[in-house]
Design a protein around this ligand. Structure first.
Ligand SMILES: [Zn+2]
Length: 181
């Protein structure tokens, strides 16, 4: 197990278009393993090669909320179809301390090569689709703040959630009063 250093926003590596991987060899397998270790250690759901300073088209992710043990390695991924729309609140290991609101497709179909060199097609929806699109963007040098309609610190985001919760509780208690009257 080897952890790699995560590159932070502001480093121009994160703005590069990554190069396709010609052959899935031992070096790529070691890179993928290190990326998985680094993602888990950092408590992330995805990590793309440029985030560890490698300008190659590969990302790792664990996009299934119901099964965080299921890890995908996506080599030379290609998004085949996008469908629908969703608003997502995203963070990024390269942009620590911030959350941004981004419009993403609700469903995506993706083709990618795995560590055995075999091509597969995948379909993801909801949170998983967001995760895939976020990681895929990294391979084209795009960070979510480039697309975000809102960008705030974790504290500001928590404050918004707290206010929403208060409003909801307020409404619930007003409903209760009305029912009693
Ligand atoms: Zn990211």
């Amino acid at each position: 197990m080897a952890l790699r250093k995560i590159v932070l926003r502001g480093d121009e590596i994160l703005t590069k278009t990554c190069k396709p991987i010609r052959k899935v060899n031992e070096r790529i397998r070691i890179l993928a393993e290190d990326m998985i270790d680094t993602m888990i250690e950092a408590d992330g759901v995805g990590l793309a090669a440029p985030q560890v300073g490698v300008i190659k088209r590969i990302f790792v992710c664990r996009p299934l909320l119901e099964d965080q043990e299921k890890i995908f390695v996506m080599i030379n991924p290609e998004i085949l179809e996008k469908e629908g729309e969703q608003v997502s609140n995203e963070g990024c290991l390269s942009v620590p301390g911030y959350i941004g609101t981004v419009m993403r497709p609700e469903r995506v179909k993706l083709r990618a090569t795995d560590l055995e060199g075999e091509e597969h097609e995948y379909e993801f929806e909801g949170f998983a689709a967001t995760c895939i699109c976020h990681e895929y963007d990294h391979l084209d040098g795009i960070l979510y703040p480039d697309k975000a309609t809102a960008f705030m610190t974790n504290e500001e985001y928590e404050e918004i959630l707290r206010k929403l919760q208060e409003e909801r509780e307020q409404e619930a208690s007003e409903d209760e009063i009305e029912e009693k009257e």
